[in-house]
Design a binder for this molecule. Structure first.
Ligand SMILES: [Zn+2]
Length: 217
């Protein structure tokens, strides 16, 4: 699928944020358990004078429909449970998504268990999808990293990372969990969460480049 390079900036796994989805072992929770997915290709329209979250698009390689990325959002109830990929409501197929490294390893090791059911699971999942996308409202999909929400979202992300990195991993790897390691964890992940939230806020609210130059604020 070809894209108008003058209009769209094309993001693939080579982009830092997308690479994070592949490399961060914590993402395995989002990926395998929650079914939160990131498309392999994300487009950013450079020409629209709106915050980035409103000019981010996801193309379907099967029917070439360019979907507003907010089709898959918390508000629409479509951000999770996308285990088999992002469902395209135009053609009924799934848009290929990025694979987290640890997820791939876990899937490969457990393949003998779930491999048998893969096709029937996917068929069942696919059958449920049209209903989920019947009443998608893009305007409802507010930016989780908006002016008032980035702190909450950032701290929430920090809390999840704390649970995984300071409790989950040490527990399974048989490392000692002490008051000191927990305190350090809380401090580190709180700061990390806030930086993450703020970075995402700045990122998501960035307006189109071409328009920026003409606007004096
Ligand atoms: Zn499609």
């Amino acid at each position: 699928m070809k894209f108008d390079k003058n209009r769209y900036k094309v993001y693939t796994w080579k982009n830092g944020m997308m690479l994070h989805w592949v490399l961060n072992p914590g993402v395995v929770i989002n990926d395998l358990i929650l079914g939160q997915k990131v498309s392999k290709i994300i487009l950013e329209d450079k020409t629209i004078d709106k915050p980035r979250i409103e000019r981010t698009f996801i193309p379907c390689p099967h029917c070439e429909t360019i979907h507003d990325a907010r089709t898959w959002s918390l508000q629409n109830g479509t951000i999770l449970k996308n285990w088999f990929g992002l469902y395209c409501k135009s053609c009924g197929k799934t848009i290929p998504c990025m694979n987290n490294g640890l997820s791939l390893i876990i899937l490969a090791v457990t393949f003998p268990i779930w491999g048998w059911f893969k096709n029937s699971l996917k068929a069942k999942w696919l059958a449920k999808q049209p209903e989920r996308y019947k009443n998608i409202e893009l305007e409802l999909s507010k930016n989780p990293f908006g002016k008032k929400t980035w702190i909450k979202t950032g701290l929430g992300y920090g809390a999840i990372m704390f649970l995984i990195m300071s409790i989950g991993f040490p527990y399974f790897e048989d490392h000692e969990i002490t008051l000191k390691s927990l305190t350090v964890g809380i401090v580190v992940w709180t700061i990390f969460g806030l930086i993450f939230g703020y970075t995402m806020k700045s990122y998501m609210s960035k307006r189109g480049d071409k328009v920026d130059k003409n606007v004096t604020e």
